[in-house]
Design a protein around this ligand. Structure first.
Ligand code: NI
Length: 176
């Protein structure tokens, strides 16, 4: 396993539409996913998409830590998970501002409008289906990571630029 170098905002790979994974069960995909999980943990992130490690493929890893889960029945803690070739459907009617950061935009955090409830599908490295209907943090992290596969970074989604800042200033101000 290896810790991978994370592309930061400004790198063109973050603005590309990523390509579908031809064979999710291929050994090189399994290795990439293992390395991405290790990289996410090392960086203390909640999610990491392949373009963020300079690989323009449609897959991402994520986790839902107990302290981040909203407590909803469909937003429970999850250990490291992978979604390959995801499809995402936003369930309209409840959009909420959620604080999020990005390992490609280090040190910053913003309140971003996201659908509270989504449905998503994909497969894991055994080719088994993953996903379902989820809410809260789980729904937010999947929307954020899915955006990376379309070359979209969270500042594009922002509507209130007063809720955007450096982590330490936001904490000092009591905003987050
Ligand atoms: Ni990100």
């Amino acid at each position: 396993m290896a810790i991978l170098k994370i592309a930061r905002m400004g790198h063109p790979v973050l603005l590309q539409r990523a390509e579908p994974v031809a064979d999710p069960t291929a050994p090189e995909i399994r290795r990439l996913v293992a390395d991405m999980m290790e990289t996410m943990e090392d960086a203390m992130g909640a999610g990491l998409a392949a373009p963020q490690v300079h690989v323009s493929l449609r897959l991402f890893v994520f986790r839902v830590n107990a302290e981040r889960a909203s407590g909803d029945a469909q937003d429970t803690p999850m250990s490291n998970s992978v979604v390959i070739n995801p499809e995402l459907t936003l369930i309209e009617g409840d959009t909420r501002l959620r604080w999020e950061g990005c390992l490609s935009i280090p040190g910053l955090r913003a309140a971003v409008p996201r659908a509270w409830r989504i449905r998503y599908t994909g497969v894991d490295t055994d080719g088994k289906p993953v996903g379902g209907e989820v809410t809260g943090f789980h729904a937010g992290v999947v929307q954020h990571e899915y955006d990376h596969l379309d070359g979209v970074l969270y500042p594009t989604r922002m509507t209130d630029f007063t809720k955007f800042g450096f982590n330490e200033e936001l904490i000092r101000a009591g905003t987050i």
